[in-house]
Ligand binder design. Sequence first.
Ligand SMILES: CC(=O)SCCNC(=O)CCNC(=O)[C@H](O)C(C)(C)COP(=O)(O)OP(=O)(O)OC[C@H]1O[C@@H](n2cnc3c(N)ncnc32)[C@H](O)[C@@H]1OP(=O)(O)O
Ligand SMILES: O=C([O-])CC(=O)C(=O)O
Length: 437
Amino acid sequence: MDYIKEKIIEIGRPKAEMVKDLLKKHGDDVIQDVTLGQVLTGMKGMVSLLTCTSKLDAEEGIRFRGYSIPQLQELLPKVKKEGEPLPEGLFYLMLTGELPTKEDVNQISEQWAQRSQGIPPHVFDVINALPKDAHPMIQFNTAILAMSTESQFRKAYLTGMDKKDYWGPTYEGVMDLISRLPVIAAYIYRRVFHNEQYIDIDPSHDWAANLAHMMGHDTEEVHRLMRLYMMIHADHEGGNVSAHATHLVGSALSNPYYSFSAGMNGLAGPLHGMANQNVMHWIHKMMREIGSENPTESQIKEYAEMTLKKGQVIPGYGHAVLRKTDPRFTVQLEFAKKYAPNAPLIQMVDKIYNVVPGLLTQTGKVKNPWPNVDAISGSLLSSFGITEYPIYTVLFGVSRSLGVLTQLIWDRLYGLPIERPKSQNLKWFVDKVNYQK
Ligand SMILES: CC(=O)SCCNC(=O)CCNC(=O)[C@H](O)C(C)(C)COP(=O)(O)OP(=O)(O)OC[C@H]1O[C@@H](n2cnc3c(N)ncnc32)[C@H](O)[C@@H]1OP(=O)(O)O
Ligand SMILES: O=C([O-])CC(=O)C(=O)O
């Protein structure tokens, strides 16, 4: 057996026992009160999910199995000492809770390069049947669903497997899917933006470098950027739309492809992952309307005020949980200042950062006026030559697979049941709080 699977059994079985015992002994203990406000504002702050891969602190930002992004930049294995960590290492950490060795990471890189070769031809036929101007997220998600013909979980389920073993075929599906997503993403990118000039995988590359390679951006600096991008977007605890949707659909024992596809449909929303594309749209529209590629801060302020007056959101700003600048924004800004200090789009990001938080604070209603990960990721990719911004959410999705699919394995290890919260109509809420007009 694959040694990672052996490790999962060793770590997972006692944890699964603990979950069962916890439920048996404390299932009736009250852990939190729920307010009407929480229900009507998207269940914010309601603890209702068991997620082990990462945890989000409103002030500090994300920690993966307890480690912050700067810590992981020190601790996870890298190709070169001064480079960025390999996302394979973050996957290992989220899956096992332990920091990997360079050997662990190399084994995952090799395994993913090998598994990536197994995409059946009909998946490419299905992509090719879509119009080229179908948004890349439509093509990406269609391909993910088309790949579900390969689901090992479905086959194992039909053979009548014991449910405590479901995590095994889930793991196989997850490993296949993660390994194949860069191939699919690069295929869509080359199809839509590079005249169908496809580039084969290079099995000697790591997962993120291979994505850059297959996209046609095969330089050391883009490999480094792609490793950073793939690491910081990988997970944001369990309640964000893409993670929650993946978990929810998986709770019906839908296979990893169906589950991940659900998550990606959520990521394609403008308030979630698609914000990275919309930030670029907002910036370019602003430059066109102002008639300058280098607007002043007061021109940016005026344009942002207009956006708010029209009842629209300023993309890349605000967050459902965070109440400070997103550390994923900061780490990208630091990277940009180190490797592309004069990039005009990064200077633009800086200027926007100087004016937008003040404006959002003045509205009196925005709970977090600070930038999130999407406020800079597109400008950074653009500054390194990946200028075709409709592909950005697909890249986000490739990265997000690492966290949400790792958690899917844990969902099956824990033996979590079907998710089915209770809903009520308006009258129920009105009566409950004795509402008077
Ligand atoms: C990877 C990610 O998903 S990160 C988030 C990416 N999304 C974006 O950048 C889109 C812009 N931001 C937003 O729309 C929001 O801040 C969200 C969706 C991220 C969070 O939404 P919420 O938790 O509902 O935010 P919050 O409680 O602060 O909202 C209160 C009000 O402020 C508004 N608001 C929040 N952020 C912004 C913003 N960036 N620009 C203008 N208004 C905003 C909300 O629309 C809401 O208005 P309403 O009361 O008139 O309906
Ligand atoms: O946490 C959230 O709600 C949104 C987010 O930043 C992410 O999923 O990366």
